[in-house]
Design a protein around this ligand. Structure first.
Ligand code: UD1
Ligand code: MG
Length: 463
């Protein structure tokens, strides 16, 4: 379709009480405005122009060069914001979809239906409206005696009679470009907020051409506008439900969907099982047959088939097929676990590669480490990777065996098939096949308890 879209995102968002621009606040891990842009793209909109305020570097960093930007220097209202796009759109002849950056719940199909309704009607403008139980905060739709749209009244400017109307302006419209810009100049900031309201163009167009059409949408939830944190949480709830339903219908099992949290960017294969209190965040990808949870948090993680993670955190790491993680372990960013690797209970792993079939079963810290294949790391192994200034790598070659409770002081290399004796603090390389022992030899003191007993007695007698 030859439709361009204007996304209004320059507002201060004062009701959010935040240092972050309103439209950057995430919903299911994705910035609000990105949801809007995604739906527009899916609906087939070609050009997207985002109206931003003067200090909107964060919005630009989020949306990148995928969209065009127009700066609204002063926030003088939604009508004023649209006016700023006139020069950019001067060669655009088709329809113009106007949408707010703070309404992230529209489905692409809804936007497509809105545009095709508008184009079929042959009118100058169409407003998407919904009917809600509680219209407070929204502009009210005032219809004339024939049921046609007469005007839109903001809550702050509404008479008690207007205020009871439950049909509201969603803030999403389609206009014909030329007549819109021709008439926008006529709106005046004569209202409680002294702002140029886009909604005031409706009666002007109505008088000059024909009434602006109403596209009444049945699903009021989609039009939810976010002005404060309560509405932010409402939108989060709606979006989470949608995401869960999508994945369940795609073959993912959730024992307790209400306590399973999946971000918008996640990708799950069929026969993944998500147990309660599991958080799948960021761009996490989980392959078929994996079982995650309970109490697991994955962020930007990539999992092969049949991975099992329970009560663990996995951040920005890759786990190949058949890995086992947890309970109570923390896989920090930059890890890569080979096929069938195991990181068991109470371990922390950072920026570390673990080869296939290797095991780190309990109570271990591995930082900046390369572990080969089929290595066994004993309980209580610590890589000493930091000297207070720099980080160093530890290299543990294939089939090496690290005994329990060892310190490996990096930089260091443990050769193929080498052994480290339990309780050692290893400060130098161990050649392949060798045993590294770095602890005092055991000494037994015969009859020690007997002597200790007589010493105790004599000290008591002396006191
Ligand atoms: C607006 C509508 C209201 C509608 C509601 C739906 C107007 C006058 N009111 O009210 O009828 O029911 O949305 O959610 O249009 N913005 C700018 N520049 C500005 C002012 C706002 O870009 O100078 C942007 C904001 O970033 C926001 C959008 O426009 O994304 C709407 O502004 P907001 O202040 O949230 O308007 P509402 O009070 O929600
Ligand atoms: Mg709003």
């Amino acid at each position: 379709m030859t439709v361009a879209a204007v996304v209004l995102a320059a507002g201060k968002g004062t009701r959010m009480k935040s240092d972050i621009p309103k439209v950057i606040h995430p919903i299911c891990g994705r910035p609000m405005v990105s949801h809007v842009v995604n739906s527009l793209r899916k609906a087939g909109v070609g050009r997207i122009i985002v109206v931003i305020g003067p200090d909107s570097e964060q919005i630009k960093a989020t949306l990148g060069s995928d969209v065009e930007y127009v700066v609204q220097r002063e926030q003088l209202g939604t009508g004023h914001a649209v006016m700023q796009t006139q020069a950019t759109l001067k060669n655009h002849s088709g329809s113009l979809l106007v949408i707010h950056g703070d309404t992230p719940l529209y489905r692409a199909e809804t936007l497509r239906e809105l545009v095709s309704f508008h184009e079929r009607s042959g009118g100058i403008g169409t407003v998407l409206t919904v009917t809600v139980d509680n219209p407070s905060g929204y502009g009210r739709i005032i219809r004339d005696a024939d049921g046609k749209l007469e005007r839109i009244v903001e809550e702050r400017d509404a008479t008690p009679e207007d205020a009871v109307v439950s049909e509201i302006n969603s803030g999403t419209y389609v206009f014909e470009c030329e007549p819109l810009f021709a008439k926008l100049g006529q709106i005046k900031p004569e209202n409680v907020q002294n702002e140029y309201y886009l909604t005031d163009v409706v009666p002007i167009i109505g008088q000059e051409y024909s009434r602006v059409q109403i596209f009444h949408h049945r699903d009021a939830e989609e039009a939810l506008g976010i002005n404060n944190r309560v509405q932010l949480a409402e939108a989060e709830k709606v979006m989470r439900n949608r995401i869960r339903e999508h994945w369940m219908l795609a073959g993912v099992t959730m024992i307790d969907p209400a306590n399973t949290y999946i971000d918008a960017e996640a990708e799950l294969e069929q026969d993944v099982v998500l147990l309660p209190f599991t958080f799948i965040e960021g761009h996490t990808q989980i392959s078929a047959g994996s079982v995650i949870g309970p109490f697991a948090r994955l962020k930007d993680a990539k999992l092969g088939k049949n991975v099992v993670i329970s009560q663990a955190t996995v951040l920005d790491s890759i786990l190949e097929a058949g890995c086992l993680v947890g309970p109570y372990s923390h896989i920090r960013p930059g890890c890569h676990l080979g096929e069938g690797a195991k990181v068991g209970g109470f371990c922390e792993i950072k920026n570390t590669i673990i080869g296939s079939g290797s095991k780190v079963p309990h109570l271990t810290y591995l930082g900046d480490t390369d572990v080969g294949d089929k290595v066994n790391i004993g309980a209580g192994t610590i890589t000493c990777n930091y000297d207070g200034h720099n980080k160093y790598r530890t290299i543990i070659q294939n089939e090496a065996f690290i005994g329990s409770n060892c310190n490996l002081v990096a930089p260091i290399e443990i050769g193929t098939g080498a052994y480290v004796a339990a309780g050692s603090t290893i400060t130098g390389d161990i050649p392949p096949g060798a045993l590294g022992v770095a602890r005092n030899r055991q000494r037994n003191i015969p009859d020690w308890t007997k002597h200790r007993g007589s010493k105790r007695r004599s000290s008591k007698e002396g006191s």
